[in-house]
Design a protein around this ligand. Structure first.
Ligand code: MSP
Length: 721
């Protein structure tokens, strides 16, 4: 067995009886593995070999490979969010990625691309199993519940995904098993043993070096030392292939800083990846198709959702050539390292881009339950409105970098961009149209340079906007539109329509100015549509063109609003937020939270009253037979890692007792001990072993156990009363 030095350079050992394992068949009960991979003696096979390996038996048959190449030419777009764990309710971080992908896919639809948007939930693994237990639910009930919360949150945020995939769905599990079998048959999954420090929350092993003060850097908890016999995915074999790929396609992982991070990981051996967990310990997972005693490691299962969602609807040919993943930096390693290698090993083409964003910090601190600063998207949506919330998230994060979230920042952004610039432009334009032209859009006269200037500024936007979206510069794309909007406000100040309105001789000039303004608003509404879809629609409705086309091409044309169109002014698009009242409210909320925390602390300090069972009589109690027994033998239960099987003597009788104390007592320490047994309990069979009674033990709130023993030596079989 090998002590792990790097979780993703997992070293596995050959079974001792198999000194030349490389050519041996790999099977569930023939525990064979490659010789351990030691740093420095890594098989640096030329990339070509691996490429040939991977291409030998692609999951996509030959005609589909060609179709893949052809499909790439087509205007299509397939975007994914991570599938979120179901052990926590949706927060602003989950909402950001999902809203961003919603914005990006709406943009591609505007552009006329055949677009597909996938999101979903990641439902297997130890964490979900434990979270379910702590809620008194089965893992499936628990997953159903939280997956429902994600769906309804996305629905309420107006997110238009095309598919919501759950890893507990049969259609997903089927594909995972098929891919596993394929990779296993190709010899890229092998059996071996591993020992190391494991964070149960991350569900991965850590090296000592990666820990911070001995704790997992993500969850700040101490990892457990674990040894396990597992199946390993032979990632190391593909290391040079991936490194070369990242050089050939420098923007495969972007922005560049994240590509560099992955390249840095590839500079040293990456080892092999443990891709199974013993089913006895983690039953909540997809059993390996060739060995039902092991379930699939959550990451190998989860990453495949991006592919299985398409396979299950026969859409892989249509969309896979266009796949774009959006994730945050926290899951760069599985997506930048494991996933491309998994795809390669399975003979599936690699993704187009891995697009990696930074983290939303809350007042510059990491968001966490323990800090009590988790921000819920629906709270903000209720307070500020859906579109304003979306606008803030996309406008205020520079893709790739961290951003800081504060409520005053949302409010200021709404007031400046949405209320002042955009809202004002609409109000002033509709107000003047109402005052001077009965709310009817006039036909324009000849354009003067100032009108041409504004028109050109707007007509230049779609190209720049598309380029910036393609380059992940969402904040700048929006800012460019807002700059044009500000220009339009300045145009009003410069052309002074109120002066023109005073003189009938300037009527045509006034018509031109008003017409230019409504056109500018129409173009802005199209470009902003992906970000603020409901308000953009409302804006067009107020302009009187709610049914007019609003694809990207129509934002590159001028003069599409027919003269004579009746405008329909309504409520302001974005009401201003009273910053002083907001500051007061934030202060009040902070005070209330502080008081609640104090009250909770006080309540915790007072001991809770004990809960008692209903009273019984002495006769009821006398029905229970309790006797002293001596432990003669103790061994681990063959089928359960929490149970011990004890052989106890009680005078002339010997009994077998199954007891859930394996994690608290070593079998050898129990032999010879005098314990107390409930002797007249009906026998039960626990995992195949009959238990003839129950040993008494005390348990505290932390789950610590102590066996009930005697403080004086009495003969076994003595009665306890
Ligand atoms: N289940 C895995 C992903 C499997 S994908 C095959 C997982 N789930 S998660 O629920 O933890 O979600 C992580 C993702 O949530 C991040 O990559 C990011 O998209 C989003 N965010 C979580 N916290 C975030 C911030 N504080 N800021 C921005 N996005 C964040 O990992």
């Amino acid at each position: 067995m090998h002590e792990g030095s790097d979780p993703n350079r997992v070293e596995h050992a050959a079974a001792p009886e198999d000194p030349t394992p490389t050519s041996a068949p790999h099977g569930a009960d023939t525990a064979v593995a490659d010789p351990p991979v030691a740093p420095g003696e890594v098989d640096d096979a030329p990339a070509g070999d691996v490429a040939a390996d991977g291409a030998e038996a692609p999951l996509l048959p030959e005609p589909q490979v060609e179709a893949h190449a052809r499909a790439k030419e087509r205007g299509a777009y397939y975007a994914t969010t991570p599938i979120f764990y179901v052990n926590a309710a949706p927060h602003i971080g989950h909402a950001y990625t999902t809203i961003l992908v919603d914005v990006v896919t709406r943009f591609h639809r505007l552009r006329g691309d055949d677009t597909f948007f996938l999101t979903g939930t990641d439902e297997h693994g130890e964490n979900v199993q434990k979270a379910a237990e702590s809620h008194g639910k089965t893992p499936q009930e628990y997953a159903d519940d939280v997956a429902g919360q994600f769906r309804s949150t996305w629905d309420r945020l107006g997110i238009r995904y095309d598919e919501f995939i759950r890893t507990t769905e049969e259609r997903h599990k089927r594909v995972v098993r098929a891919v596993l079998q394929k990779v296993y048959d190709a010899g890229d999954i092998i059996y071996g043993e591993y020992a190391g420090l494991y964070c149960v929350r991350c569900e991965r092993y850590y090296t000592e070096k990666e820990l911070v003060d001995g704790k997992c850097p993500q969850h700040e908890i101490e990892p457990e030392y674990r040894t396990e016999a597992n199946y390993f995915f032979r990632m190391e074999k593909y290391r040079t292939w991936l490194r070369d790929l990242l050089h050939e396609q420098p923007d495969l992982i972007r922005p560049e800083r994240y590509r560099n991070e992955v390249l840095a990981m590839l500079r040293e051996p990456i080892g092999d990846l443990s891709i199974s967990r013993p089913r006895a310990r983690v039953p909540w997972g997809i059993p390996l198709p060739w060995d039902e005693e092991h379930v699939t490691y959550v990451w190998f299962d989860a990453l495949l959702n991006y592919w299985s969602a398409l396979v299950s609807r026969d859409a892989e040919e249509r969309y896979w050539p266009h796949v774009e993943h959006f994730i945050a930096k926290d899951i760069l390693k599985p997506h930048g390292l494991f996933w491309p290698i998994m795809l390669k090993a399975a003979g599936i083409p690699i993704y187009q881009h891995l697009n990696v964003h930074g983290y939303w910090l809350i007042d510059d601190r990491k968001m966490s339950k323990s800090l009590g600063n988790v921000v819920r998207p629906l709270d903000l949506q209720k307070k500020y409105g859906n579109d304003a919330f979306r606008y803030f998230l996309v406008r205020d994060m520079n893709f790739g970098l961290d951003a800081s979230f504060t409520e005053p920042a949302i409010a200021e952004r709404i007031n400046s961009d949405l209320a002042n610039d955009l809202g004002n432009l609409l109000n002033r334009t509709l107000g003047m149209l109402g005052r001077y032209r009965d709310g009817v859009v006039p036909a324009p006269g000849p354009l003067e340079p100032i009108d041409e200037g504004l028109k050109d500024a707007f007509l230049a936007l779609p190209d720049t906007f598309a380029r910036q979206f393609d380059a992940l510069q969402f904040d700048r794309a929006i800012e460019n539109v807002m700059e044009a909007v500000r220009k339009a406000n300045k145009y009003i100040a410069d052309t002074k329509p109120w002066e023109l309105a005073k003189d009938e001789a300037d009527a045509q000039r006034l018509d031109t100015v008003l017409h230019t303004l409504v056109e500018a608003l129409r173009c802005a509404s199209i470009l902003l549509d992906p970000v603020i879809p409901a308000k953009a629609h409302e804006l067009r409705k107020q302009l009187g063109i709610k049914n007019a086309p609003y694809d990207l091409a129509s934002a590159s044309e001028w003069g599409l609003i027919p003269p004579g169109t009746q405008t329909q002014p309504g409520e302001p698009l974005f009401p201003r937020i009273d910053l002083e009242a907001l500051a007061q409210q934030i202060e009040d909320e902070a005070r209330a939270a502080e008081e609640a925390a104090l009250a909770a602390e006080r309540a915790a300090a007072e001991p809770e009253p004990l809960e008692h069972k209903p009273e019984i009589t002495i006769h009821d109690f006398a029905k229970t037979e309790l006797r002293v027994v001596t432990v003669e033998a103790a061994e681990r239960h063959p089928n359960a890692d929490k149970l011990l099987v004890l052989t106890v003597r009680m005078g002339p009788e010997t009994r077998t007792v199954v007891s859930g104390i394996q994690q608290h007592y070593a079998p050898d320490d129990l032999v010879g001990k005098k314990l107390v047994l409930v002797t007249n309990l009906q026998p039960v069979t626990i995992r195949g072993v009959e238990s003839q009674g129950m040993i008494l033990a005390a348990e505290d709130d932390d789950g610590q156990l102590s066996l009930v023993t005697l403080d004086r030596d009495l003969a076994d079989a003595s009665e306890v009363r």
